[in-house]
Design a protein around this ligand. Sequence first.
Ligand SMILES: C[S@@+](CC[C@H](N)C(=O)[O-])C[C@H]1O[C@@H](n2cnc3c(N)ncnc32)[C@H](O)[C@@H]1O
Length: 219
Amino acid sequence: MADKPPVALETRSGDDDGRRYSPSAARNREPIRDVLSRLVPSPASILEVASGTGEHGAFFTASLEGLEWTYSDIDPEGLASQAAWQRLDKTGRLHGPLIIDASADDWLAAENTEGWDAIFSANMVHIAPWSAATGLFRGAGRLLKPGGQLILYGPFARNGVIAPSNAAFAESLKSRNPDWGVRDLDRELIPIAEAAGLALHGITEMPANNLTVCFRKAT
Ligand SMILES: C[S@@+](CC[C@H](N)C(=O)[O-])C[C@H]1O[C@@H](n2cnc3c(N)ncnc32)[C@H](O)[C@@H]1O
């Protein structure tokens, strides 16, 4: 399928054991881990949507005691890498991967829980069709425990204002797929969060003009 746009934008390297690595995860995993350590209670059950290579979950689980982390993705290559990271996990707190299409109204096995303490998703809402963003918020509204958090990491615009580096990135995304694009937190995401029963809870500025954004489900 030569026309199919790639789900990963970077060149990812791989180990013989099946674990894959992406350059951006190596750069951003420590700042994200520091934010998660502040936001997430311990113990906590976390569902990751769009886990990609799986590096984030492996790193966070190894660094933060008390996290029970479950991978998921829609992409077979990502799921295979996540399965390799999970096989080699030594904490016993790394689970999955589950198959989840964020845009669907049924998240399959992820629905069969008493609710998740947090749902985490990095770098998906801009590199997926808008339906994946709306589905992510609907799923969080449906599956988080009362008071649970949806935590997003990535580039965002704020009230129509976008950092120059993110504007260039947004253009390059749109040229690859017109349904992709850097989303406006205030004008696009907060309204769909509120429609799903989630309220903005906090924003943390991250390196390279990225944000970590936390939404909370009502208690
Ligand atoms: C740029 S990668 C980010 C991966 C990882 N979270 C990270 O930050 O390194 C985008 C991810 O979104 C996933 N994705 C795209 N559309 C999706 C959908 N509808 N449901 C779930 N995952 C999706 C892709 O398979 C890919 O793993």
